[in-house]
Ligand binder design. Structure first.
Ligand code: PGA
Length: 255
Protein backbone atom coordinates (compact mmCIF):
# COMPACT_ATOMS: atom_id res chain seq x y z
CA UNK A 1 0.00 0.00 0.00
CA UNK A 2 1.56 3.28 -1.06
CA UNK A 3 0.17 6.33 0.58
CA UNK A 4 0.66 9.61 -1.25
CA UNK A 5 2.46 12.23 0.83
CA UNK A 6 0.40 15.34 1.59
CA UNK A 7 1.69 18.84 2.29
CA UNK A 8 -1.11 20.92 3.74
CA UNK A 9 -1.01 24.56 4.79
CA UNK A 10 -3.24 25.75 7.61
CA UNK A 11 -3.44 29.53 7.29
CA UNK A 12 -5.47 30.00 10.49
CA UNK A 13 -6.83 33.58 10.70
CA UNK A 14 -4.29 35.05 8.29
CA UNK A 15 -4.72 36.64 4.84
CA UNK A 16 -7.59 38.57 3.31
CA UNK A 17 -8.98 37.11 0.11
CA UNK A 18 -6.81 39.47 -1.96
CA UNK A 19 -3.69 38.39 -0.05
CA UNK A 20 -4.71 34.77 -0.62
CA UNK A 21 -5.02 35.37 -4.37
CA UNK A 22 -1.60 37.02 -4.35
CA UNK A 23 -0.16 33.84 -2.78
CA UNK A 24 -1.87 31.74 -5.46
CA UNK A 25 -0.55 33.92 -8.29
CA UNK A 26 2.99 33.76 -6.98
CA UNK A 27 2.73 30.00 -6.61
CA UNK A 28 1.18 29.63 -10.07
CA UNK A 29 4.09 31.57 -11.63
CA UNK A 30 6.40 28.90 -10.27
CA UNK A 31 4.11 25.92 -10.78
CA UNK A 32 6.79 24.07 -12.74
CA UNK A 33 8.91 24.03 -9.55
CA UNK A 34 6.18 22.19 -7.67
CA UNK A 35 7.37 18.58 -7.64
CA UNK A 36 5.12 15.83 -8.96
CA UNK A 37 4.45 13.05 -6.50
CA UNK A 38 3.15 14.61 -3.30
CA UNK A 39 -0.31 16.08 -2.97
CA UNK A 40 -0.70 19.73 -1.95
CA UNK A 41 -3.45 21.70 -0.24
CA UNK A 42 -3.94 25.04 1.47
CA UNK A 43 -6.65 25.88 3.98
CA UNK A 44 -7.41 29.63 4.03
CA UNK A 45 -10.06 31.40 6.12
CA UNK A 46 -13.61 30.85 4.83
CA UNK A 47 -13.64 34.36 3.31
CA UNK A 48 -10.82 33.46 0.90
CA UNK A 49 -12.05 30.02 -0.22
CA UNK A 50 -13.89 31.10 -3.37
CA UNK A 51 -11.26 33.46 -4.76
CA UNK A 52 -8.32 31.27 -3.75
CA UNK A 53 -9.97 28.22 -5.29
CA UNK A 54 -10.21 30.06 -8.61
CA UNK A 55 -6.58 31.22 -8.54
CA UNK A 56 -4.65 28.20 -7.20
CA UNK A 57 -2.59 26.03 -9.53
CA UNK A 58 -4.57 22.93 -10.46
CA UNK A 59 -2.26 20.67 -8.44
CA UNK A 60 -2.90 22.53 -5.18
CA UNK A 61 -6.18 21.60 -3.59
CA UNK A 62 -8.45 23.71 -1.47
CA UNK A 63 -9.13 22.96 2.19
CA UNK A 64 -11.22 24.58 4.92
CA UNK A 65 -10.31 24.93 8.59
CA UNK A 66 -13.63 24.05 10.18
CA UNK A 67 -17.16 22.90 9.39
CA UNK A 68 -20.47 22.56 11.18
CA UNK A 69 -22.11 19.15 11.44
CA UNK A 70 -25.64 20.12 10.44
CA UNK A 71 -26.41 20.45 6.71
CA UNK A 72 -28.23 23.79 7.20
CA UNK A 73 -30.30 25.61 9.76
CA UNK A 74 -30.36 28.41 12.30
CA UNK A 75 -26.67 28.24 13.27
CA UNK A 76 -25.45 31.82 13.04
CA UNK A 77 -21.84 32.08 11.99
CA UNK A 78 -21.45 28.45 10.94
CA UNK A 79 -20.72 26.87 7.54
CA UNK A 80 -21.89 23.42 6.44
CA UNK A 81 -19.97 20.66 4.68
CA UNK A 82 -22.26 20.91 1.65
CA UNK A 83 -21.50 24.63 1.34
CA UNK A 84 -17.78 23.87 1.34
CA UNK A 85 -18.12 21.06 -1.18
CA UNK A 86 -20.08 23.38 -3.49
CA UNK A 87 -17.06 25.72 -3.53
CA UNK A 88 -14.72 22.97 -4.68
CA UNK A 89 -13.25 22.36 -1.23
CA UNK A 90 -11.63 18.93 -0.97
CA UNK A 91 -10.27 18.79 2.59
CA UNK A 92 -11.50 20.11 5.90
CA UNK A 93 -9.51 20.32 9.12
CA UNK A 94 -11.58 19.04 12.05
CA UNK A 95 -10.72 19.28 15.74
CA UNK A 96 -7.63 21.44 15.44
CA UNK A 97 -6.25 22.05 18.93
CA UNK A 98 -7.06 25.75 18.67
CA UNK A 99 -10.70 24.81 18.10
CA UNK A 100 -10.62 22.30 20.94
CA UNK A 101 -8.92 24.64 23.41
CA UNK A 102 -10.05 28.16 22.50
CA UNK A 103 -13.55 27.26 21.30
CA UNK A 104 -14.18 24.30 23.62
CA UNK A 105 -14.82 21.85 20.81
CA UNK A 106 -15.48 18.41 22.25
CA UNK A 107 -14.68 14.93 20.97
CA UNK A 108 -18.43 14.52 20.37
CA UNK A 109 -18.48 17.54 18.07
CA UNK A 110 -15.38 16.35 16.25
CA UNK A 111 -17.09 12.99 15.71
CA UNK A 112 -20.18 14.63 14.22
CA UNK A 113 -18.17 17.04 12.09
CA UNK A 114 -16.11 14.20 10.62
CA UNK A 115 -19.31 12.31 9.80
CA UNK A 116 -20.82 15.38 8.14
CA UNK A 117 -17.65 16.05 6.14
CA UNK A 118 -17.47 12.50 4.79
CA UNK A 119 -21.18 12.49 3.95
CA UNK A 120 -20.66 15.63 1.85
CA UNK A 121 -17.74 14.08 -0.01
CA UNK A 122 -15.02 16.03 1.80
CA UNK A 123 -11.88 14.47 3.26
CA UNK A 124 -11.61 15.30 6.96
CA UNK A 125 -8.19 16.01 8.44
CA UNK A 126 -8.76 14.93 12.04
CA UNK A 127 -6.32 16.61 14.42
CA UNK A 128 -5.17 14.79 17.54
CA UNK A 129 -2.42 15.57 20.03
CA UNK A 130 -1.52 15.93 23.68
CA UNK A 131 -0.86 19.14 25.57
CA UNK A 132 2.28 19.69 27.63
CA UNK A 133 0.75 18.57 30.89
CA UNK A 134 -0.58 15.36 29.34
CA UNK A 135 2.84 14.70 27.87
CA UNK A 136 4.56 15.24 31.21
CA UNK A 137 2.10 12.80 32.80
CA UNK A 138 2.96 10.29 30.07
CA UNK A 139 -0.66 10.34 28.85
CA UNK A 140 0.19 11.03 25.19
CA UNK A 141 -0.88 7.66 23.82
CA UNK A 142 -4.12 7.54 25.73
CA UNK A 143 -5.03 11.08 24.60
CA UNK A 144 -4.36 10.45 20.91
CA UNK A 145 -6.15 7.11 21.13
CA UNK A 146 -9.27 8.70 22.64
CA UNK A 147 -9.28 11.52 20.08
CA UNK A 148 -8.69 9.13 17.17
CA UNK A 149 -11.46 6.75 18.23
CA UNK A 150 -13.90 9.62 18.74
CA UNK A 151 -13.01 11.23 15.41
CA UNK A 152 -13.54 8.05 13.39
CA UNK A 153 -16.39 6.64 15.49
CA UNK A 154 -19.18 7.10 12.95
CA UNK A 155 -17.22 5.99 9.89
CA UNK A 156 -17.18 2.62 8.16
CA UNK A 157 -13.75 1.03 7.62
CA UNK A 158 -13.82 2.17 3.98
CA UNK A 159 -14.66 5.73 4.99
CA UNK A 160 -11.96 5.75 7.67
CA UNK A 161 -9.44 4.55 5.09
CA UNK A 162 -9.88 7.69 3.02
CA UNK A 163 -9.48 10.10 5.96
CA UNK A 164 -6.42 12.01 7.02
CA UNK A 165 -5.30 12.21 10.64
CA UNK A 166 -2.86 14.90 11.79
CA UNK A 167 -0.78 14.27 14.88
CA UNK A 168 -0.13 17.73 16.29
CA UNK A 169 1.26 17.91 19.83
CA UNK A 170 -0.31 21.07 21.26
CA UNK A 171 2.97 22.21 22.82
CA UNK A 172 4.67 22.09 19.40
CA UNK A 173 2.15 24.33 17.59
CA UNK A 174 3.57 27.76 16.91
CA UNK A 175 6.23 27.30 19.57
CA UNK A 176 9.31 26.42 17.55
CA UNK A 177 9.50 23.19 19.55
CA UNK A 178 8.97 19.75 18.02
CA UNK A 179 9.15 16.17 19.18
CA UNK A 180 12.09 14.30 17.69
CA UNK A 181 11.16 12.71 14.35
CA UNK A 182 11.60 9.30 16.01
CA UNK A 183 9.16 10.27 18.73
CA UNK A 184 6.58 11.62 16.25
CA UNK A 185 7.03 8.41 14.25
CA UNK A 186 6.44 6.26 17.33
CA UNK A 187 3.21 8.08 18.21
CA UNK A 188 1.99 8.04 14.61
CA UNK A 189 2.59 4.28 14.47
CA UNK A 190 0.54 3.85 17.61
CA UNK A 191 -2.27 5.95 16.06
CA UNK A 192 -2.14 3.59 13.07
CA UNK A 193 -2.42 0.64 15.48
CA UNK A 194 -5.52 2.21 17.00
CA UNK A 195 -7.07 2.51 13.51
CA UNK A 196 -6.14 -1.13 12.81
CA UNK A 197 -7.77 -2.37 16.01
CA UNK A 198 -10.95 -0.39 15.41
CA UNK A 199 -11.37 -0.30 11.61
CA UNK A 200 -9.18 -3.18 10.42
CA UNK A 201 -5.75 -3.57 8.86
CA UNK A 202 -6.80 -2.36 5.42
CA UNK A 203 -8.09 0.96 6.77
CA UNK A 204 -4.95 1.38 8.89
CA UNK A 205 -2.71 0.74 5.91
CA UNK A 206 -4.58 3.30 3.81
CA UNK A 207 -5.25 6.15 6.23
CA UNK A 208 -2.78 9.00 5.91
CA UNK A 209 -1.30 10.33 9.14
CA UNK A 210 0.52 13.68 9.04
CA UNK A 211 2.79 15.36 11.54
CA UNK A 212 2.12 19.00 12.48
CA UNK A 213 3.63 21.54 14.88
CA UNK A 214 6.48 23.99 14.08
CA UNK A 215 7.21 22.37 10.73
CA UNK A 216 9.56 24.53 8.63
CA UNK A 217 11.50 24.12 5.37
CA UNK A 218 14.60 23.02 7.29
CA UNK A 219 12.97 20.31 9.44
CA UNK A 220 10.10 19.00 7.30
CA UNK A 221 12.07 16.23 5.59
CA UNK A 222 13.18 14.78 8.93
CA UNK A 223 9.51 14.00 9.56
CA UNK A 224 8.06 13.32 6.11
CA UNK A 225 10.89 11.07 4.92
CA UNK A 226 9.78 8.47 7.44
CA UNK A 227 7.58 5.77 5.89
CA UNK A 228 4.87 6.05 8.55
CA UNK A 229 4.61 9.86 8.40
CA UNK A 230 2.51 10.66 5.35
CA UNK A 231 3.12 14.39 5.18
CA UNK A 232 2.80 17.55 7.21
CA UNK A 233 0.19 20.04 8.37
CA UNK A 234 1.96 23.39 8.44
CA UNK A 235 0.82 26.67 9.97
CA UNK A 236 3.15 29.67 9.92
CA UNK A 237 5.60 28.35 7.33
CA UNK A 238 2.82 27.77 4.78
CA UNK A 239 1.91 31.46 4.44
CA UNK A 240 4.77 32.34 2.13
CA UNK A 241 4.95 30.82 -1.38
CA UNK A 242 8.76 30.50 -1.29
CA UNK A 243 8.62 28.59 1.96
CA UNK A 244 5.72 26.46 0.65
CA UNK A 245 7.76 25.54 -2.44
CA UNK A 246 10.84 24.71 -0.37
CA UNK A 247 8.75 22.39 1.77
CA UNK A 248 7.20 20.80 -1.33
CA UNK A 249 10.68 20.02 -2.63
CA UNK A 250 11.76 18.60 0.72
CA UNK A 251 8.67 16.36 0.92
CA UNK A 252 9.14 15.18 -2.67
CA UNK A 253 12.78 14.26 -2.09
CA UNK A 254 11.76 11.84 0.61
CA UNK A 255 9.14 10.11 -1.59
P1 PGA B 1 2.58 25.77 13.14
O1 PGA B 1 1.04 25.35 13.21
O2 PGA B 1 3.18 25.07 11.93
O3 PGA B 1 2.56 27.27 12.97
O4 PGA B 1 3.23 25.31 14.40
C1 PGA B 1 0.63 24.05 12.86
C2 PGA B 1 -0.87 23.92 13.00
O5 PGA B 1 -1.45 24.54 13.91
O6 PGA B 1 -1.51 23.19 12.22
Amino acid sequence: MTRRKLLMGNWKMYKTHTEAVDFARRLAERESELPHGPEYAVCPPFTALASLGAALPRRVQLGAQNVHFEPQGAFTGEVSAGMLAALGVRYVIVGHSERRHIFNESDAWVRRKVRAAVSAGLIPVVCVGEDLRQRELDHTLRVVERQTLAGLAELSPQEAASCVIAYEPVWAIGSGLTPTPADADRIIRSIRDVVAAEKGEAAAAAVRILYGGSVKPDNIASFTSRPDIDGALVGGASLDPDSFLQMAEAVAEGV
